[in-house]
Write a protein that binds this ligand. Structure first.
Ligand code: ADP
Length: 788
């Protein structure tokens, strides 16, 4: 068979003719048709059945003869048997007719009239001839009817076959099934249209089987050949089944084909194979997609079961009703509900969301559904067993076919994380406050010396804004410390240069305007996360310290110079009282030499005056000692208020005598200073005494003492009087040693006071009092708690 069903021409072919049958020929009336059918069936019976029918018909003829015996007598011997023979011939054709004729002849001979006469023999011959003819006609009619029936059956069969062929052709066409016919004796394949198309071959139907074999992918060659060889095995069933990949001839694309065939054998040798081929690439792809989907589904199920949170699908229909089409098994643990309890009515679940978070969640969900953007939410949830917990969820919306939206997402318990975040935020805030409150610069560096962060004190110290320094090299701030920068910091740290890492060293800082200033620099290594290296540089501005040190140094030098000057001044100062003492003593002696009545002055008075002069000299020496011999201040934390009160107590008798009204207003809450209490009291007493002395003879005599806390962290003390003021001397001169306007004054009190205050890192000055008089003020740094 070289032709295939798909190329066999079909009359009236076309998809629309399927099932249309050719109109049946004209039919006889139904009863008649059925009668004929019965006759035909009877005729198709066995010859015994036909013979019996013939005999029965003959018996009927005999009965009829006996019934008419009176009327007919011995005449018309065979007349009543003709109809019986005719019926038998009609029923069973030749067999029945012949049997009926013979049985009728015997019946006539034995029961009606013995056939002895010559005339009877002629009648018998005529009767038997008539029977033969009638039987032949009956037989003929049956044969014609049988032939007609057979022809009808064949015609119906042919029509059936045509329909089947047509259906098959259309099925092959619709199913893209290619047919092929392999002639093994000639070694050629004849391919149908679909077959050529599947293999991407040209219009030539006769194909070389080797060419087709070469198209099979290398990996599948062995399998294909094994299946083919098995089909050609005469001992087998001749079925060829294989599925393999081919490289399509016209476009080189790799396609999966499924081939089926049946081998035919002749003389124990396969001579032919007919089969079909189908491109199953799409099915294969669908099959692998299905397998992949099943695998993914399995993976998803195990992931969903293992996930600490809940994987969910939340559906919101167009009328706003919500449901959970999917909830992973952990829902019971996370939310305290069984999935099926909230599947169709999630309201019990939603009611457990904290009232303050519910509105925000609803709004963000609506927004997500409207814009089809990722939804995220963090909210409090009242767990039936665990109480309030924090949940975090995110989901991607997809438009549902009914106009609603379905979110697929994941929800998890973040209570612990939230607590940690809050603790971290608190700790960070504390740390930031500490760092920002520090006076020193605190700079975080990476191991390349790049600034990661700096506190505000640091930025101020270097004259930058904080953001200007982030990402800058540390070398911008400490230009002399090259080893600290450019990637060496780690080696520098590891190298154990103790001067930098862990301990401070002096270096130079550079401000934004380029000005250099002394700093103390220390770097510590902070490791975290076992990976990142972080370094923290502490920079202390030493400018102020250096300035004070320089001033102290200068003071020291000044004091030495002063002592030189003082030696001359002392000689001069002491000379006066000594000379006066000598003069008084000499005068006293002269007076003693004279009689009492002649004495111009009392000896005792003169000696008294000499003693006064000696006392004055003594005071000069005492003051000098206190000025020169004062050691380093012995600083402790003292209350300035207390010192003032003690100083006022000391001066109070003199003030009372001078009629001075003393008042004290302590306006500073914190008055703790790190100071040598005795020295500061000495300063206070000096200022108070000066004020009292200055107001002698004045009408208004008011001495007011006050303290104020200053913004720069110092405490200011004011001693104000209503005396004559400071016109007599310049305010600068006031603090110079031996500057006095008093007859008995030494002029060292204010000088010593300034020295003491400056040694305490403070400042002292004088200015006119607004209502008349003078105000002497000094400042002292407030003691910082925890500062060393
Ligand atoms: P002394 O009191 O021995 O003169 P001081 O150094 O204490 O030495 O004072 C120096 C000078 O400053 C005083 O002689 C006086 O002229 C002036 N002085 C000090 N206190 C006052 C004051 N409250 N009002 C006006 N002048 C003052």
């Amino acid at each position: 068979m070289s032709s295939c069903p798909d190329k066999r021409p079909v009359v009236g072919a076309g998809p629309h003719v399927i099932g249309r049958r050719v109109a049946p020929p004209h039919r006889l009336p139904r009863v008649f048709d059925q009668g004929l059918q019965r006759l035909a069936e009877f005729y198709a019976g066995s010859w015994i059945q036909l013979a019996v029918a013939g005999a029965l018909c003959a018996a009927l003829g005999l009965l009829l003869r006996f019934a008419l015996l009176d009327q007919l007598g011995h005449s018309y011997t065979f007349s009543t048997f003709y109809p019986a023979v005719a019926v038998a011939a009609l029923l069973g054709g030749l067999v029945s007719g012949s049997v009926a004729g013979v049985v009728s002849a015997l019946a006539v001979h034995f029961w009606v009239t013995p056939l002895t006469a010559g005339a009877a023999e002629v009648s018998l011959v005529i009767f038997l001839t008539g029977c033969g003819v009638t039987s032949c006609i009956g037989e003929l009619l049956h044969q014609v009817a049988a032939r007609m029936k057979e022809a009808e059956a064949r015609r119906a069969g042919a029509e059936e076959l045509r329909l089947v062929n047509e259906s098959l052709r259309l099925a092959i066409g619709a199913g893209a099934i290619g047919t092929w016919d392999l002639d093994l004796t000639r070694n050629v394949v004849t391919g149908g249209d679909n077959m050529l198309e599947i293999f991407g071959l040209g219009p030539e139907r006769i194909i070389d089987p080797q060419a087709v074999g070469a198209m099979v992918a290398k990996e599948d060659q062995t399998r294909m050949r094994a299946a083919f060889a098995k089909a050609l095995d005469p001992a087998g069933d001749g079925l060829y089944r294989a599925q393999y990949r081919i490289r399509r001839a016209h476009d080189g694309k790799l396609r999966w084909v499924c081939v089926r065939g049946q081998a035919f054998f002749e003389g124990g040798r396969a001579v032919r194979m007919i089969g079909v081929a189908r491109d199953v690439s799409d099915e294969k792809a669908a099959e692998s997609a299905l397998i992949e989907r099943a695998r993914l589904n399995e993976q998803f199920t195990s992931v969903a079961a293992a996930a600490p949170g809940v994987i969910f699908s939340y559906r919101q229909s167009a009328d706003g009703r919500g449901s959970y089409p999917y909830l992973s098994p952990n829902v019971k643990n996370l939310l305290g509900f069984d999935g099926k309890d909230i599947e169709t009515d999630p309201r019990p679940l939603h009611r457990r969301v904290h009232g303050e978070d519910r509105a925000a969640l609803g709004a963000s969900l609506a927004e997500s559904g409207l814009r089809m953007t990722l939804w995220q939410g963090r909210f409090r949830y009242d767990h039936p067993q665990k109480g309030w917990i924090w949940l975090e969820a995110q989901a991607t919306p997809l438009r549902a076919s009914d106009g609603g939206v379905v979110w697929h997402g994941y929800a998890q318990d973040v209570t612990e994380r939230k607590r940690s975040e809050e603790a971290l935020a608190r700790s960070e805030a504390r740390l930031r406050a500490t760092i920002d409150g520090a006076r020193d610069a605190i700079i975080t560096l990476d191991d390349a010396g790049v600034i990661q962060a700096i506190n505000s004190a640091g930025a101020t110290m270097f004259g930058y804004r904080r953001y200007e320094l982030i990402g800058q090299k540390m070398s911008a701030l400490t230009p002399g410390e090259e080893r600290l920068h450019d990637g060496y910091i780690w080696g520098y740290a590891r190298g154990g240069d103790a001067k930098i890492i862990g301990r401070g060293r002096e270096a130079q800082g550079r401000r934004k305007d380029g000005a250099l200033f002394p700093v103390e620099l220390s770097v510590t290594e902070a490791r975290y996360d076992h990976q990142e290296r972080l370094f923290v540089a502490y920079v202390r501005d030493l400018s102020e310290q250096r300035r004070i040190e320089a001033r102290l140094e200068k003071l020291h030098v000044d004091r030495l110079a002063l002592m030189g000057g003082m030696a001359a001044a002392i000689a001069h100062e002491i000379n006066q009282p000594l000379a006066a003492t000598a003069a008084y003593l000499r005068a006293a002696r002269r007076l003693l030499d004279k009689p009492r009545e002649e004495r111009a002055a009392s000896v005792s008075e003169t000696v008294e005056k000499a003693a006064d002069q000696i006392m004055r000299a003594g005071r000069i020496v005492a003051n000098l000692r206190s000025f020169v011999g004062r050691g380093e201040p012995d600083k402790t934390l003292v209350s300035l208020r207390r010192l003032i009160e003690e100083a006022v107590e000391l001066v109070a008798p003199a003030a009372r005598r001078a009629g001075v009204h003393v008042s004290f207003a302590c306006r500073a809450d914190n008055d703790g200073v790190l100071a040598d209490g005795l020295q500061i009291k000495q300063v206070l007493v000096n200022l108070l005494r000066n004020a009292v002395e200055a107001m002698q003879g004045c009408e208004r005599r008011e001495l007011s003492i006050s303290t104020d806390a200053c913004a720069d962290g110092t405490l200011r003390v004011n001693v104000a009087d209503t005396g004559p003021g400071l016109d007599a001397v310049s305010q600068e001169e006031l603090f110079e040693p031996f500057m006095t306007t008093k007859a008995q004054g030494m002029g060292v009190g204010l000088s010593i006071s300034r020295s003491i205050i400056e040694e305490h890192y403070g400042r002292i000055w004088a200015e006119p009092n607004t209502g008349g008089g003078a105000v002497f003020s000094f400042t002292l740094p407030l003691a910082r708690v925890g500062a060393d």
